[in-house]
Design a protein around this ligand. Structure first.
Ligand code: COI
Length: 364
């Protein structure tokens, strides 16, 4: 079948999968994004033909003509989500339907062919099913799924491509930050912004991450774990980090997070908004000024700050560094609201707490 909301996947098992002993050695200390499973999903699209050739096959290089459109104009989008070993021995995914919807939104912004959301979901189920031996069983481990799509037409003209390749790869991972859940030190970039109004900030496209790399390198030069971007218009308001949203927790129990628009509409961000409200916190989406952040940290009104995202889960931020100096939030220690929300989220993902939102998808 081709072009519809449902595709038949051809399953071609890898004839040379990694041996069990080698896989165990690789999974003993996978870090983040360094180890990959035996298979990948590929699906092709051509204008007038629709989506076709849906396959699960051995993971391997993708041959590319040097004139392939994505290599020149970066017409590319991606997603990130995780599969977990649940406490009852089953396998779960967290809110894959939200990733499917965001992938469709990103495709629309980048003038790419829309992949039916059901095909996106089916592709994840197929890959997890065939590579289930790669899902880490430990508490901190998960299988990170990376669906992505790019303009694969061989053409140098500047217009949306007529051909696309959708791919899913998977990687057993542990903590995103090498320091684990220890509070981060972040660099408030005085030089670079991430996205301007009308730009691609809300789309999960590779270009947003490419443009963040120099700021992230400056953060590292200043002994920081990540970067905080301020808004591109006034350079006053907190936007987001290199690949995470940000939350502020105040002494009256209120939480604040930057308003959507130029930032990524994070699925973890949205889950935290829900969980925090259910825990009795008042939560506001608003502009948070950098000067306000510094003043509230100094007065003690600001009690906790944390980063959140699929890869980072919920990670406390302890110290902010900027060209004029640095300041700490609550002595740089992790806060109880941050760690409580993290525990609630992880417990839902692992099936330890009842999922009252329909967020957890089971793999048969
Ligand atoms: C994620 O949290 O999944 C991300 O995509 C952030 C980063 C790894 C690029």
């Amino acid at each position: 079948m081709s072009g519809g909301d449902k595709l038949d996947f051809e399953i071609r098992p890898n004839p040379q999968p990694v041996a069990a002993a080698e896989r165990a050695a690789l999974m003993a200390n996978p870090g983040f994004g360094r180890v990959f499973t035996d298979h990948m999903v590929t699906i092709r699209y051509a204008e007038g033909k629709g989506w076709y050739d849906a396959r699960v096959e051995a993971r391997g290089p993708i041959p590319m003509d040097p004139a392939t459109a994505v290599l020149h104009y970066a017409q590319e989008i991606f997603e990130g989500l995780k599969a977990y070993q649940a406490v009852d021995g089953g396998i779960t995914m967290f809110r894959p339907d939200a990733n499917a919807a965001r992938f469709a939104d990103s495709a629309q912004r980048m003038a790419m062919a829309p992949l039916p959301e059901q095909v996106f979901l089916d592709s994840l189920h197929h890959l997890i099913d065939i590579d289930r031996a790669w899902i880490p069983s430990g508490e901190g481990g998960s299988l990170y799924l990376r669906p992505f799509m790019f303009g694969s037409e061989v053409f140098l003209g500047v217009r949306p491509a007529n051909e696309y390749l959708y791919v899913v790869i998977a990687s057993p991972v542990e903590s995103y930050f090498s320091s684990g859940v220890k509070p981060l030190t972040v660099w408030a970039s005085p030089t670079y912004t991430r996205a301007a109004p009308g730009g691609t900030g809300a789309a999960k496209c590779g270009g947003n991450y490419a443009s963040s790399l120099i700021a992230k390198a400056q953060a590292a030069e200043n002994d920081c774990d990540d970067v905080i971007f301020l808004d591109a218009v006034e350079r006053r308001y907190v936007d987001e980090m290199s690949g995470m949203n940000i939350f502020f927790v105040y002494d009256d129990g209120t939480l604040a997070t930057p308003t959507l628009g130029t930032i990524l509409p994070g699925i973890t961000r949205e889950s935290v908004l829900t969980l925090a409200r259910e825990a009795g916190h008042q939560v506001v989406e608003r502009q948070v000024g950098f000067d306000e952040w510094r003043a509230d940290a100094a007065s003690g009104r600001l009690r906790e700050v944390f980063a959140c995202g699929t890869a980072a889960v919920i990670t406390p931020i302890g110290t902010v560094r900027h060209p004029g100096g640095e300041f700490a939030i609550a002595g740089g220690e992790p806060g109880s609201v941050t760690m409580g929300l993290r525990q609630t989220l992880v417990d839902i993902q692992r099936g330890r707490t009842e999922d009252t939102h329909g967020w957890v998808h089971r793999i048969a």
